[in-house]
Design a protein. Structure first.
Length: 201
């Protein structure tokens, strides 16, 4: 649902939500032409929910184990997304694979950020994987979501050089700094193009 030339978006997260904060701040300043209609969180105790409340973002939180299947809780999510008029979904530390139900409803409109230069180090703890592999270059990838684990088409990437005295913690800080700049920039570009296409169709 477009609102005064703005896309309606949902953010998905499972943890502290630093990327949610960065995106929300870019929305507030007008850098990102969007309205955040919903935060979806699969961990009702996650700190990101407090962030959302402070930012006046509506929240749907759930526990997967309380549903009979992935399809069942994704049907509930899709219902809430459609009710809120959501156009695009941006995963910001959401630690679940997106299933068929959500993919079918929002194919081509679900985007994820991953803390590695994909296809290197997909899956969990990508920063730890890169650090343990002692690579010289780590990084961040923004990509569309498909059925696989971090396998969708890449939209943009940015590298992070590993220092000789790098620690796991210092690498994570450097990668998060890049994420907080790259993701809002990519989201702005995607949504600006989407609104323009909507105007010209």
């Amino acid at each position: 649902m477009k609102k005064e030339g703005k896309s309606c978006i949902a953010l998905f997260a499972s943890g502290s939500g630093s990327n949610v904060q960065a995106i929300a701040e870019a929305v507030q300043t007008g850098e990102i032409p969007a309205h955040i209609a919903l935060l979806v969180c699969d961990q009702p105790d996650a700190y990101v929910i407090k962030r959302a409340e402070q930012l006046n973002i509506p929240v749907f939180s759930f526990r997967a184990k309380e549903y009979a299947s992935k399809a069942e809780f994704e049907q509930e999510i899709v219902h809430r997304l459609r009710e809120a008029g959501v156009d695009f979904i941006f995963l910001a530390g959401y630690m679940r694979l997106i299933g068929e139900t959500l993919l079918h409803a929002y194919r081509g409109k679900i985007v994820n950020i991953h803390p590695s230069l994909l296809p290197a180090f997909p899956g969990k703890d990508a920063i730890g994987q890169a650090f343990n592999a002692q690579v010289k270059i780590a990084g961040v990838t923004v990509h569309f979501v498909d059925e696989g684990m971090d396998t969708g088409p890449i939209i943009d990437q940015e590298s992070v050089r590993m220092a000789e005295d790098e620690t796991r913690e210092s690498l994570q800080r450097k990668i998060q700094e890049v994420e907080h700049e790259l993701y809002p920039r990519v989201i702005k570009k995607l949504l600006t193009e989407a609104v323009m296409e909507g105007i010209t169709e």
